[in-house]
Design a protein around this ligand. Structure first.
Ligand code: 13P
Length: 255
């Protein structure tokens, strides 16, 4: 299975800055066989970056979109409009769930829309600090998986990526702390068990990524957790040297 290194730029960089940054990455990225390098810029930068990127080296992801394909939805961008521009779409990120009140229903509609349009959904799940404190991690993981995948068939589960991002480990969250690899291993194991219960063998090859305060020093430890197939990186992905260092770590771990 491939190892995925995904940079979520969130609401950072102008179009010009995004383009300069991608140029830098493309120039400095050496062959990364077995790795899938993906960046998720702001929607406004996507068309420019799609013309600029070399898809053999770096693919693009949407950070968000509306689940309907076309119509009277002022201010929205659909995944049908992004077809040909992105290969992936991040869905259900905790910032969308908690800042923009996205529900599991919104999320399941987006997962279905991405699949309908041939885009790989990266479904994000993960518990908050409070939920962890109250021992609800397993329930949250189960609920968010069941909710987000509610309309995904056995044939389509192979086209989905899951990203486990405990909210309390995301660097921009107040009081964020590094997730111990053992905690992540327990959650990833639960995700895999749940996928197996829902889809059987069809789900064995579903990639599961980890996200939360990943940097070049901890990337190796996170990538070697059993069942983890890649990383979803926020803050550190905004610094070219660090993002490239993480890619180098991933190459070493794979070889
Ligand atoms: P950080 O890497 O900044 O903790 O962000 C993680 C994240 O939210 C990626 O989607």
């Amino acid at each position: 299975m491939k190892t995925y290194i995904v940079g979520n730029w969130k609401m950072n960089f102008t179009v010009g800055e995004s383009s300069i940054y991608l140029h830098k990455l493309l120039k400095r990225l050496t062959s990364a066989r077995g790795l899938e390098i993906v960046v998720a810029p702001s929607s406004i930068a996507l068309p420019t970056l799609a013309l600029q990127t070399d898809r053999h080296k770096i693919r693009l992801s949407a950070q968000n979109f509306y689940h309907r394909d076309f119509g009277a939805f002022t201010g929205e961008v659909s995944i049908a409009q992004l077809k040909g521009t992105v290969d992936y779409a991040i869905i259900g990120h905790s910032e969308r769930r908690y800042i923009f009140n996205e529900s599991d229903k919104d999320i399941k509609l987006k997962v279905a829309a991405a699949l309908r349009n041939g885009i790989t959904p990266i479904l994000c799940i993960g518990e908050t600090d409070n939920e962890k404190t109250f021992g609800e991690t397993a329930d949250v993981i189960r609920d968010q998986l069941l909710g987000g995948l509610a309309d995904v068939s056995k044939e389509d589960i192979k086209k989905v990526i899951i990203a486990y991002e405990p909210v309390w480990a995301i660097s921009s969250v107040k009081g964020a702390r590094l997730a111990p690899p053992d905690d992540i291993a327990t959650s990833v194991d639960l995700i895999r068990q749940e996928l197996k219960a829902l889809y059987g063998k069809e789900a064995e090859d579903v990639p599961v990524l980890y996200g939360g305060s990943v940097n070049p020093s901890n990337a190796g430890a996170y990538l070697t957790i059993p069942g983890v197939n890649g990383l979803l990186i926020g803050g550190t992905s905004l610094i070219a040297d660090q993002f490239l260092d993480i890619i180098e770590v991933a190459k070493r771990v794979r070889s």
